[in-house]
Design a protein around this ligand. Structure first.
Ligand code: ZN
Length: 435
C-alpha cells in the first residue's frame, strides 16, 4: 500500500468547515448574512457563527452593513476583508518582469512592468543573475508598498515560462530563457521571509481565470498563453492537470508540421512556431520583403526586420490585406491545434491569453472556422473560445490566485504570519467542493 489517507478528527473537520465558509463567502462576491451562509453551506447557524468568529479574529472576514430583507431585527452581513492582507503576483517572462500587489479581494493596488534596463538592453540579453537582481528589486518595491497597509503580506505567487518542480518550487528548465534549476521558492523565502508558490506561467494564468476571470465555475477548460512561446494550462475536473511529474500542458510543442521550423525544444514544426508572436512577425515581415505590405514597410523605413507587433496591430486595424492574410494564416494553425485539443479533452472553454488576446479579432474567425471543420461535433458542442479576462496580466493575476487559493483552502495555516510552505497543496484548484 503506497497511498496515504488522512483520517478526519475534530480539528480536521473544523479546518475543512472554516475553508468551506470562507469559500462560500468568496464566491458570494458580496456581503451575506449568517443565515444565508448557513443555508448555502448546510451547516447549522451556531456552527457558522463560531466559524465566522474565528475567521474574524484572524482578520480574514469582517462585518459589512446590515440586511433589512426580513422582518424583525436587521441581520449583520459578513464579507471577505479586503485588508486582511496583501498578495504579490509576479511573472518573469521572456524579455519582461511584471509584479503586482493585490488585496484579499484580488483588487490590484500597485503594478510595475519592466521590459528593458536603464541601459536600454533587452532583458533577454541580460544574464540570469542580472534578471534575478531586477526581479528582486521590483519585489522589494512591491513589499514596501504592501506594508503601507499595516497588514500582513500573505505571500508571493510567481509564474515562470518553463517546467516547475512543485514539491520544491524550482524552475527546472525554461527553454526560451535558457535557464535551468532555479530554486525560486527557497531562494525568495530566505530573502523575503514570506511563502512563495512557483508555477508554470500558463498554469498560473489558468488558475487566475478559474478563480478570478472568465472561467469561473468551469471544471474543464484549456488556457492558451502566447508569449515568445505558447504554453497551455489544462484544468480538468476542477483541477490543474499536472500529469505524472507535473509537466503536462506543454501543448506548444505538439507537432503540427513534421518538416516545419526548428523549435528551441529540439523538435521541428511545433505549434508554438506556427502561432506565436514570432510566427506572426515572420509572416508579416516576409510579406513586406515580397512587396505585399508597402505601407507597413514604409513606416519601418524600408527595414522589414524593424516590424514589431505594434506595427502589425496598427496595419491590421487599417485593414492592410497582406497583414490580414498573414494573421488569418496564423488563425488557421491556431484553429487546427485547438481542434486537436477539443477532440482530446472535450473542454467547455478555450481561453486565449498573452499576445494572442491582442490579435484575436484578426485570427479568431479563421480559428473558429478550422475548429468547426476539424473537431468532432459532439466534442465541440457548446464549447466557447474566449479572451482572457486579464490579457497580458493573466499570469500575475494567476500568481495572486495561487496565494488566494491557498488561503481559501486552508485558512488555518495562512492565518499565521509566515505559513509553513511545505503544507501547501499546490495542485488542487479551489472550488466550493474543497474536500
Ligand atoms: Zn518545440
Amino acid at each position: 500500500m503506497n497511498k496515504q489517507y488522512r483520517t478526519g478528527d475534530q480539528n480536521w473537520v473544523r479546518e475543512r468547515n472554516l475553508a468551506i465558509v470562507l469559500n462560500y463567502l468568496w464566491e458570494a462576491g458580496q456581503p451575506i448574512s449568517r443565515a444565508d451562509l448557513a443555508r448555502t453551506s448546510g451547516l447549522n447557524k451556531s456552527t457558522v457563527g463560531s466559524l465566522l468568529t474565528q475567521l474574524q479574529s484572524w482578520g480574514l472576514v469582517k462585518e459589512s452593513g446590515t440586511s433589512n430583507q426580513r422582518p424583525g431585527r436587521p441581520g449583520v452581513l459578513i464579507d471577505i476583508n479586503p485588508d486582511a492582507g496583501r498578495i504579490i503576483g509576479a511573472e518573469i517572462g521572456v524579455g519582461f518582469i511584471t509584479v503586482i500587489v493585490a488585496d484579499m479581494k484580488a483588487k490590484v493596488l500597485w503594478r510595475r512592468n519592466v521590459e528593458t534596463t536603464e541601459a536600454g538592453k533587452p532583458l533577454t540579453e541580460l544574464s540570469q543573475a542580472e534578471v534575478l537582481e531586477q526581479a528582486e528589486h521590483l519585489l522589494q518595491e512591491a513589499i514596501a508598498k504592501a506594508m503601507t497597509c499595516d497588514c500582513r503580506l500573505f505571500g508571493i505567487g510567481l509564474g515562470v515560462p518553463g517546467l516547475v518542480n512543485h514539491s520544491t518550487g524550482t524552475l527546472l528548465f525554461a527553454p526560451n530563457l535558457g535557464w535551468r534549476n532555479v530554486p525560486f521558492r527557497d531562494m525568495w523565502y530566505q530573502r523575503f521571509g514570506v511563502p512563495v508558490i512557483v508555477e508554470n506561467e500558463a498554469n498560473a494564468a489558468a488558475l487566475g481565470e478559474h478563480v478570478l476571470g472568465v472561467a469561473k465555475q468551469l471544471d474543464n477548460f484549456v488556457y492558451l498563453s502566447a508569449g515568445v512561446g505558447l504554453g497551455g494550462g489544462l484544468v480538468i475536473d476542477g483541477k490543474l492537470y499536472g500529469g505524472t511529474g507535473g509537466y503536462a500542458g506543454e501543448i506548444g510543442h505538439m507537432t503540427l508540421e513534421p518538416e516545419g521550423p526548428q523549435c528551441n525544444c529540439g523538435n521541428r514544426g511545433c505549434w508554438e512556431m506556427l502561432v506565436g508572436p514570432r510566427a506572426i512577425l515572420q509572416r508579416v515581415r516576409q510579406a513586406a520583403v515580397e512587396g505585399r505590405a508597402p505601407d507597413l514597410l514604409a513606416r519601418c523605413s524600408g527595414n522589414a526586420n524593424a516590424i514589431q507587433m505594434e506595427h502589425v496591430l496598427q496595419a491590421a486595424a487599417q485593414g492592410q490585406p497582406a497583414v490580414l492574410i498573414a494573421l488569418a494564416e496564423v488563425g488557421r494553425y491556431l484553429g487546427i491545434g485547438i481542434a486537436n485539443l477539443i477532440n482530446a479533452l472535450n473542454p467547455k472553454m478555450v481561453v486565449l491569453g498573452g499576445v494572442l488576446s491582442a490579435v484575436s479579432p484578426y485570427i479568431l474567425p479563421r480559428a473558429q472556422y478550422e475548429v468547426n471543420q476539424r473537431a468532432l461535433e459532439t466534442a465541440r458542442e457548446g464549447m466557447q473560445i474566449k479572451i482572457s479576462a486579464f490579457q497580458l496580466d493573466a499570469c500575475v493575476m494567476g500568481g495572486v490566485a495561487l496565494i488566494l487559493r491557498g488561503i481559501l483552502n486552508n485558512p488555518v495555516i495562512w492565518q499565521q504570519k509566515v505559513a509553513p510552505i511545505s503544507h501547501l497543496d499546490e495542485h488542487s484548484v479551489f472550488s466550493a467542493t474543497v474536500l
